[in-house]
Design a protein around this ligand. Structure first.
Ligand SMILES: *[C@@H]1O[C@H](CO)[C@@H](O)[C@H](O)[C@H]1NC(C)=O
Ligand SMILES: *[C@@H]1O[C@H](CO)[C@@H](O)[C@H](O)[C@H]1NC(C)=O
Ligand SMILES: *[C@@H]1O[C@H](CO)[C@@H](O)[C@H](O)[C@H]1NC(C)=O
Length: 282
């Protein structure tokens, strides 16, 4: 989802008013200047660069603190679900990988679900206990093969990297529908019916799944049977529905996009600098 930050520029007329008021009475601005100064001091004292709780905190020294979703569990055989899993490196260079799930008693080709985990693009992985147990139970109940994609996370790897990694993984999975390929995975070749492919994800992963479905379009040689979106995360410049009822939550949602998509952050910084320069020049 592309998200456009509304850019407000000070028009020459507005700037004129600001300059005039400064000339008129400098004294009335003294409290405001003091306030701005104390804000600047407070910001400097804080070690935090930005805070997108409950997902991440980023410190000025460059440390990214992930507030959950960092623990991992190994691929295994789940005796309750009777599902096998294993990890595959799709691009060792980019560190894009996936965990593949297969019902233990599979003896024919099964539908495929390519899954994208949630976590606001900042946290969680295909290897976390949450997604490992979720995929195990889903694969058992639906009797499918699943590929849970591990894409690189923002803010170190800002969007669109998460989309590009997911696309790379998806193309690799789909390449099994054709003849022999180099980096070939036996479970996909042997047990996947590429006539029944689904994409799915929750939260940020729902957003990725939605984008991937659009990218697949109609010229990949694969026809998607369905898209399974669990609480997908979308956002736009105009608040819709009841989004404006909860300004705090809306603030977090906005903050996710600003910090996950560095292009937005850069353009906002430029905007601020431009306004300051213009005020000082006039
Ligand atoms: C960065 O700052 C945070 C918070 O003060 C601290 O916990 C962390 O250890 C620091 N990391 C480095 C590499 O200095
Ligand atoms: C590669 O990804 C794995 C799984 O997310 C992670 O544990 C590891 O630190 C990553 N390696 C590098 C070199 O980034
Ligand atoms: C907005 O609507 C959704 C769906 O009906 C509901 O789950 C949520 O609690 C509502 N939020 C607010 C702030 O009203």
């Amino acid at each position: 989802m592309l998200y456009n930050k509304k850019i407000v520029e000070l028009t020459p007329a507005k700037l004129q008013i600001i300059t005039m008021s400064i000339n008129k009475s400098f004294l009335q601005f003294v409290p405001i200047i003091c306030h701005l100064f104390s804000l600047a001091v407070a910001t400097n004292i804080s070690a935090i660069l930005y805070d997108v709780s409950p997902f991440i905190k980023v410190y000025k020294n460059g440390t990214v603190e992930r507030l959950f979703g960092t623990s991992i569990v190994p691929a295994s055989f789940d005796p309750t679900a009777k599902v096998l899993s294993k990890d595959i490196k799709i691009s060792p260079k980019l560190n894009v990988s996936a965990r593949i799930y297969l019902p233990k008693n599979a003896n024919c080709k099964l539908p495929l679900l390519v899954y994208f985990h949630g976590g606001a693009f900042f946290t969680e992985s295909a290897f976390s206990p949450t997604y490992h147990s979720y995929l195990n139970s889903l694969v058992a109940k639906a009797n499918i093969v699943a590929v849970s994609v591990n894409y690189r996370l923002a803010p170190e790897n800002p969007l669109p990297i998460g989309y590009q990694d997911s696309w790379l993984a998806l193309k690799w999975v789909f390449s099994h529908a054709k003849g022999k390929i180099g980096n070939y995975e036996e479970w996909l070749k042997k047990y996947v019916d590429f006539g029944h492919v689904y994409l799915g994800g929750d939260s940020a992963g729902g957003n990725i799944a939605h984008n991937m479905a659009i990218w697949v379009g109609s010229d990949m040689g694969i026809v998607l049977d369905g898209l399974f979106l669990n609480c997908p995360h979308f956002w736009g410049k105009t608040l819709i529905g009841n989004e404006s009822n909860d300004p705090k939550r809306a603030g977090v949602m906005e903050s996710i996009w600003v910090h996950a998509y560095r292009i937005l952050r850069v353009s906002m910084t430029r905007y601020r600098i431009r306004v300051w320069i213009r005020i000082f020049r006039s």
